[in-house]
Design a protein around this ligand. Structure first.
Ligand SMILES: Cc1cc2nc3c(=O)[nH]c(=O)nc-3n(C[C@H](O)[C@H](O)[C@H](O)COP(=O)(O)OP(=O)(O)OC[C@H]3O[C@@H](n4cnc5c(N)ncnc54)[C@H](O)[C@@H]3O)c2cc1C
Length: 318
């Protein structure tokens, strides 16, 4: 059986890895980005490296804990113990305590997806434009090339994008899942810096700050990531990028006094799931199409992994 997987985020590489381990399955993965990781990715700017998507992940299920064990033993995933604060423009700084282990991948957040996909057949920089079926099976099309045929196509793109890839009449029901966007402001910093490594921010357009260079195993000059609040990002979604940068730099300045010599901005259109689908994965066995990802179950890395794992388990019975 030949399967095409769209996406090299944690869901894509996890489902592909499990399927590739089955004797009768041959898997190829496609991603439009230049690197693996999806929303667990890194942006480099000169001497600064920013984890501009997922900041960390937690492991609450036995399945995910067991999966991570080998990667922890190999030093690809480690626990992060930041000095973490709560900040607000109006109030004084408070320390904050995390009550469960928080993990990061090395050397950057995409390190885990990179290692999982190491032996898989991955085509990066390959944006799938549509998929089409004829007698031989499914064909995956980019603007320039056609790949296939495949017996099955599994998409891990957000549901709105998955529906655009799938034929018109297929994919109903995915629409129930909803996302909020997020602007990530990336400041390359110098000079004196605060003692905290990361902070939850209240009463502000931003809700998170982190010096991602201070995570374990990084090799970067001071790199501050500020995440804008989802509702604020939605409101400013089409605002001129320079204006958004200015508003976010001003918001950072109300809670921390720092100097920066580089500024970057990333707009995540589908950042955090606000309403999940509420089922492990989406599948249409007649059409031989399936989809999985965080949006099926929640809004965290672990949700994406669990969704992918449950879909792979279903394939074991096909
Ligand atoms: C700013 C931000 C902060 C976050 N913070 C945290 C956090 O601290 N902790 C946590 O647990 N989670 C966090 N998350 C959520 C977490 O990143 C996601 O839950 C998880 O990474 C989703 O993985 P996924 O594989 O389902 O999707 P994705 O990682 O989005 O992967 C989908 C992949 O599909 C590819 N793709 C899409 N369309 C196409 C196409 N047409 N052709 C080819 N490829 C395509 C994309 O390039 C992408 O690589 C955060 C997310 C963001 C954006």
């Amino acid at each position: 059986m030949k399967v095409a997987v769209i996406g090299t985020g944690i869901a894509g590489v996890s489902v592909a890895k499990r399927l590739a381990a089955l004797a009768h399955v041959n898997v190829e993965i496609f991603d439009k980005s230049r690197g693996t990781g999806g929303r667990m990715s890194v942006r480099h700017a000169g001497e600064h490296s920013f984890d501009h998507g997922a900041q960390f992940f937690t492991a609450r299920t036995r399945t995910f804990k067991d999966f991570l064990a080998d990667y922890r033993a190999a030093g690809v995933v480690v626990e992060w113990h930041p000095k973490i604060a709560t900040l607000s423009p109006a109030a004084k700084l408070d320390d904050r305590i995390w009550r469960e282990p928080h993990f990061v991948a090395l050397p950057d957040m995409n390190g885990l997806c990179k290692v999982i996909s190491r032996d898989l057949d991955v085509r990066l920089d390959t944006q799938v434009h549509c998929i089409e079926k004829n007698d031989g099976g499914w064909w995956v099309k980019t603007v320039k090339e056609t790949f296939g045929p495949y017996d099955w196509v599994v998409s891990t793109a957000p549901p709105e994008q998955t529906r655009q890839l799938f034929p018109d009449n297929i994919g109903h029901g995915m629409d129930a899942a909803r996302f909020a966007p997020c602007f990530s402001l990336l400041l390359g910093c110098f000079g004196s810096l605060p003692a905290w490594d990361a902070a939850v921010v209240k009463d502000s357009p931003i809700n998170w700050l982190a010096f991602t260079d201070r995570k374990p195993g990084r090799n970067s000059q001071p790199a501050l990531v500020a995440h804008a609040d989802g509702a604020w990002s939605q409101l400013q979604y089409d605002t001129d990028r320079d204006q958004v940068k200015k508003l976010l730099i001003d918001a950072v300045a109300t809670v921390v006094d720092i100097q920066h010599d580089s500024v970057g901005l990333h707009r995540w259109r589908y950042a955090r799931v606000t309403v999940p689908l509420g089922q492990d994965f989406w599948i249409n066995e007649t059409s031989q199409l399936a989809a999985c990802g965080d949006w099926c179950l929640g809004n965290r890395v672990e949700d994406a992994f669990i969704s992918a794992t449950r879909l792979a388990q279903r394939f074991e019975r096909i």
